[in-house]
Design a protein around this ligand. Sequence first.
Ligand code: 5GP
Ligand code: MG
Ligand code: MG
Length: 181
Amino acid sequence: MKENVIKLHDKKFKVMIPAAKIEEAVAAVAAKINEDYREKRNPLFLGVLNGSFMFMSDLLKKIDFNCEISFVKLSSYCGTSSSGDVKCLIGLGNNIEGRDVIIVEDIVDTGASIEHMVEELKTKKPASIRVCTLFFKPKAYQRQIPIDYPAMHIGNEFIVGYGLDYDQLGRNYKDVYVVTE
Ligand code: 5GP
Ligand code: MG
Ligand code: MG
């Protein structure tokens, strides 16, 4: 790891999970998915931008069956009205009817985002939807959507790196950092 402490905007962050540990967790979750999906027909991995970009890349390199890969984004702005609660799924070009879909998230915290996304995808009648996330905060989670493939469990701390940002900075670092003091 290059630096032990990084400064993003007004805050300092220190390494919490080194890249090698992330790699192990990604390999383990990929092995589970390989096991479960071997018999399925061309499942669709749907990465949620921006946070999942690095995880998607590393995860999919370890997936050993034929699959499709696409990305979507959740925007807080929909049509003419803007609200923190009303999120809009953008960029889904694929027809997912009858498809096996695996959503790939960077982090599931309260679960509001993933619940919204699953509800919206269900209206498009996929054969199945499962959720894979790099990080899962079980103590913060308040929804009923099953989190099928959590690569790592963490507490309620705020983390950055490996795709995750603090006000858009920090996504490029290969280690995961936690805010200090
Ligand atoms: P939820 O809707 O599950 O409460 O929150 C999910 C979103 O909140 C994530 O996609 C992410 O953008 C943000 N988030 C939650 N916890 C963290 C964290 O520890 N670090 C960062 N960088 N973002 C987080
Ligand atoms: Mg996310
Ligand atoms: Mg963010």
